[in-house]
Design a binder for this molecule. Structure first.
Ligand code: SF4
Length: 270
């Protein structure tokens, strides 16, 4: 089976435990104003802008013509993934599937995760949660850890800044929490957008009421995405954003940690 992948990052250390290979699936139903991977908006060769896929590790570059930006088979991906098996074993790492939204290609995702499990690899899924429940159920037993984005609790704000309602996302989150799955929250901290006091308060209140989630990763805004939008000729809607000061970051981290969450700041390279 083949699917569309726009990047592959080796020796990833911010996408779950240990040393990992992160596979970036093309396609996403959301349009977050601050998206760090707008190249994921395009799926397959048609409409895919030239010049992307350059962030791949040099180890993978040798095979780039075969894979990056094209449809790729599960077998080809697994061949690449398994080259680093020894590092996964020694570090407690594995494979993370990210994007884009991996559940936008549910069958391909399922086949890839089955292949990972045949090799006894640890699997993390980085998801917006915007997926049909039946697709989530299909892959749920194959996932060891979810890295689950929570951006807003307010539905109108979510619609405004991502293009879709968050109802499905929150329902899926509650479903996974109810299943007892390991879920870590990823919170993109976008100054003046997600980083408002009201939004942070509402996220804290929501998480306290819903789940046994204990860990939150704050992903500070990364200006690098502005250049990507420009290169791809996509309107960058937020305009110039204020920088996040170390003080602001500490204060926001403290608000989460004061409520009993383990807080990580990082992953901004994502
Ligand atoms: S969900 Fe992620 S990949 Fe999709 S638009 Fe938002 S930030 Fe980008």
């Amino acid at each position: 089976m083949k699917g569309s992948v726009f990047d592959l990052k080796k020796f990833a250390i911010h996408d779950g435990p240990g040393i990992r290979t992160t596979v970036f699936f093309s396609g996403c139903p959301l349009r977050c104003w601050w998206c760090h991977n707008p190249e994921s908006f395009f799926q397959g060769q048609d409409g895919r802008p030239a010049g992307f896929g350059s962030r791949m590790s040099s180890a993978y570059e040798e095979d780039s013509e075969r894979v990056i930006g094209d449809e790729v088979s599960v077998e080809a991906l697994m061949k690449e993934i398994l080259k680093d098996n020894v590092f996964y074993r020694h570090s407690g790492g594995g494979v993370t599937v990210s994007g884009g939204e991996p559940l936008y290609q549910p069958e391909f995702l399922y086949q890839l995760l089955v292949a990972c499990k045949v090799e006894n690899l640890n699997v993390a899924l980085d998801t917006s949660g915007y997926a049909e429940r039946k697709n989530l159920e299909m892959i749920n037993g194959l996932v060891d850890l979810y890295l689950y984005d929570i951006k807003f609790i307010d539905e109108k704000m979510h619609e405004k800044y991502t293009g879709v309602s968050n109802r499905l996302i929150l329902e899926n989150f509650e479903y996974l929490s109810g299943c007892g799955k390991a879920v870590e929250i990823r919170f993109p901290l976008i100054p003046g957008i997600t980083g408002t006091s009201d939004n942070i308060d509402s996220i804290i209140e929501y998480l306290k009421g819903v789940s046994a989630v204990h860990k939150i990763e704050i992903l500070p805004y990364n200006k690098m995405c502005e250049d990507k939008f420009r290169r791809m000729n996509i309107k960058y809607r937020p305009g110039p954003l204020p920088a996040i000061s170390g003080e602001d970051l500490s204060s926001i981290s403290k608000r989460f940690s004061d409520e009993g969450f383990v807080v990580i700041v990082g992953g901004s390279e994502r």
